[in-house]
Design a protein around this ligand. Structure first.
Ligand code: XIL
Length: 353
């Protein structure tokens, strides 16, 4: 893609931001956590970007969950239902219905765009795939088929895809995975190219965690995406997952870091923000968590063209954190009873400023 075409299509994507604040007619007035109308989505729209959340499909059964989802967010990511182990638990029997029949219609009803997550990752792969030994050619062919089928089945309905998830090690080297070993370093370029062929309209991202500070990992991502762009590989954005923890220092260099990626002409999105803490919860820890969330949002607002700021689930009732980080939790904006926490108010204050 030429630079001109790239910037045109980016503007097209940003134009699609219009209406981000509005709920479509027919959806009951949203219950926003602020209690005075106008959720985070409306405040974000004033700054030209979308406020997002991961959707926990089982959470959708709760009307209070749905009300907050509708009122606060204008872009959503499937927390699990578009991952390979979920869509194809048995070889050859891919089933996209949890996305197509539940998530997409919900998003459409609430006027939300969808970020597809994810296509290539080392985790949440189906058992049939990891429990057998394959040749490199077989693995390459299976990955191409997976990307082509999944992206194709959602063609035209996904705003952006996290095509490659978590490709880097902390020291900036390429993570050794089934895919890097079978296809080589170029698996990232290949995956992006296959995804683009299957849905030329989708914004394609590489997404990773611990990219927030300037350092070896974000430097490596910076080199990687520049190389992809030079080679005209279809890459449109970088996702900063934004999984922070209050027991670690806040990444002060986040604003400069975000801006250097944006300066390349790429979309820059926060894709999975949460801020975990060691339990039990205390008022002090909640206050620190609020500072971390507000810091991330302030950093994001320094971008000339913000796109989307997504939290990885919005209630502690469904967060992935306790299951993965022993003794930690309370990482989201709303508590287990869906009451807004200080972090919610802090984000509002940043957006209202
Ligand atoms: C997590 C989900 O939230 C959990 O429900 C699941 O059990 C494991 O994966 N980085 C990512 C996400 O890119 O896909 C992960 O989601 C969280 C870390």
């Amino acid at each position: 893609m030429t630079d001109a075409a790239r910037s045109l299509s980016r503007r097209g994507a940003l134009a699609a931001m219009a209406g981000a604040a509005m709920l479509p007619a027919g959806v009951a007035a949203a219950t926003t956590a602020s209690g005075h109308g106008g959720g985070l989505r409306e405040l974000a729209a004033r700054h030209g970007f979308r406020m997002g959340t991961a959707i926990h499909n089982p959470g959708l059964a709760d009307p209070r969950y749905r009300a907050l989802l509708a009122g606060e967010f204008s872009i959503v990511s499937p927390e699990n239902v578009m991952k390979w182990d979920t869509v194809e638990p048995e070889r050859g029997l891919a089933d996209y219905t949890a996305g197509q029949l539940i998530l997409l219609p919900t998003a459409q009803r609430y006027g939300q765009l969808v970020r597809g997550h994810n296509l290539v990752w080392h985790a949440q792969l189906p058992d049939w795939l990891i429990q057998k030994t394959w040749t490199n050619d077989q693995l390459a062919a299976m990955l191409q088929q997976h990307i082509t089928d999944e992206v194709g089945s959602f063609r035209g309905r996904i705003y952006a895809w996290d095509v490659v998830n978590e490709p880097l090690n902390e020291d900036g080297t390429l993570r050794q995975t089934l895919w890097s070993q079978a296809i080589g370093t170029d698996y990232i370029a290949q995956a992006l190219t296959w995804a683009h062929a299957a849905d030329p309209g989708a914004r394609l991202y590489v997404n990773d965690y611990n990219l927030e500070p300037l350092g070896p990992k974000s430097d490596a991502m910076y080199v990687l995406v520049q190389d992809l762009m030079k080679r005209q590989i279809p890459i449109h954005g970088v996702g900063f997952q934004g999984h922070l923890a209050i027991q670690y220092p806040y990444p002060d260099t986040l604003p400069q870091n975000l801006r250097r990626f944006a300066a390349l002409g790429l979309d820059v999105a926060i894709t999975e923000a949460d801020v975990r803490m060691e339990l039990p919860v205390t008022a002090d820890k909640l206050a620190t968590q609020a500072e971390y969330f507000a810091g991330m949002m302030s950093a994001y607002l320094t971008l000339p063209h913000p796109v989307s700021f997504t939290v990885w689930g919005f209630t502690d009732a469904h967060s992935w954190v306790p299951g993965v980080f022993a003794g930690q939790g309370a990482a989201t904006l709303f508590d287990e009873n869906l009451r807004p926490k200080p972090a919610y108010d802090a984000i509002r204050a940043v957006l209202e400023d």
